[in-house]
Design a protein around this ligand. Structure first.
Ligand code: FE2
Length: 350
């Protein structure tokens, strides 16, 4: 009969063997820790408060110019992660561009999103298309698209940057290139991607269907998303785990806006307390407006307008709106990566 073998060796002999292996850059798998039965993130649930972030962004703008800093960015780093990122695969950073400033044109293989927090006007140029930026708008600068930022207003422009740079770094797939000029020439149209793709269900018929894996729409105004949420909320629609939640989609495919990042906007009604669930993806949240808290892996993260918080992968979370107005949350996750690799799961608590 076949059975598991029971060989017992003296510790001294084992240690000598392991020493030889180490010298040969070989590791015995049986001494390097047990098998884990489910994901356990090194990242912890955490909230960064706007009341702390904004003064430091303004201070950075006093101390450092955009000639010195390619991008004037404050990285929100998870207290338990070694790198400077809010979550395992996705950064959540605060970028500030002051009146009269530009952040020069470049491109890179990490995909990026901008969610505008403060400042009216100002713009990002993506592959020659000028995109105006207003609070609550989502602007995409997908991988390898040229992008530069400019603030031609008289007030600071501040936004949340979301990038998959930790993932790209881990995959050792990062490229970066500087544009020849400080800024790209701006093409025709006030907001061309929105004009062409900003109405659901319609696309320009004189152009071929977009072939890129990222969305051809690079500007998702808050006004459109908010109106859609309010229509659905009035009908009592929504999820027990997230209230009324909408995914920003690639209008050409119906899929996520970029191959590695999915973006969402949701509304929680006053007094709403969602049910807990967990998913195989990390998520960073930005509070567009509202106040409340989220219970994330047993931690209570209190939030209010413009705060940022992070929910590590496979961590139960539920949201509570304690205010007297609807709470609007923006979030972005690496779920498309997990789904592409067939690693995605989700589970309700209890
Ligand atoms: Fe960039």
């Amino acid at each position: 009969m076949l059975q598991r073998s029971n060989i017992v060796s003296p510790e001294e002999e084992l240690q000598e063997f392991y020493g030889q292996l180490r010298a040969q850059h070989v590791t015995p798998a049986w001494i390097s820790g047990g098998v884990s039965t489910e994901p356990k993130s090194k990242a912890v649930p955490y909230v960064w408060h706007w009341r702390d972030l904004r003064p430091q962004a303004m201070r950075a703008a006093e101390l450092v110019g955009t000639e010195q800093a390619e991008r004037r960015v404050l990285r929100l780093h998870n207290p338990e992660l070694e790198g400077s990122s809010a979550s395992n695969t996705l950064v959540a950073n605060i970028q500030i561009v002051m009146p009269g400033e530009i952040a020069r044109a470049h491109r890179h293989s990490p995909s990026a999103l901008r969610f505008i927090i403060e400042g009216q006007g100002g713009y990002t140029v993506v592959n020659g298309a000028r995109i105006p930026m207003s609070p609550g708008d989502l602007v995409l600068t997908p991988k390898w698209t040229w992008h530069d930022h400019a603030n031609d207003t008289d007030a600071p422009m501040i936004w949340l940057d979301g990038l998959d740079s930790p993932l790209v770094r881990m995959l050792e797939a990062g490229f970066y290139e500087q544009y020849g000029e400080e800024a790209q020439p701006v093409g025709e149209g006030a907001d061309p991607s929105l004009a062409k793709y900003g109405v659901g269900g319609l696309r320009p018929a004189w152009e071929p269907a977009p072939a890129a894996r990222y969305s051809p729409l690079w500007h998702y105004p808050l006004s459109q998303a908010r109106a859609a949420l309010e229509r659905l909320a009035a009908e009592g629609a929504g999820s027990p785990f997230d209230g009324v939640i909408l995914e920003y989609t690639n209008p050409a495919t119906g899929g996520p806006v970029m191959p590695t990042i999915a973006c969402y906007i949701q509304v929680l009604q006053p007094g709403e307390h969602t049910q807990a669930h967990r998913r195989v993806c990390c998520a960073n949240y930005h509070v567009i407006e509202g106040s409340g808290y989220s219970l994330v892996g047993g931690r209570e993260l209190d939030w209010e307008d413009k705060d940022v918080f992070t929910v590590p992968t496979w961590t139960f979370h539920e949201h509570v709106n304690t205010g007297d107005r609807p709470a609007f949350l923006f979030s972005f996750t690496d779920a498309p990566v997990m789904k592409a690799l067939d690693l995605y799961r989700e589970e309700a608590k209890g």
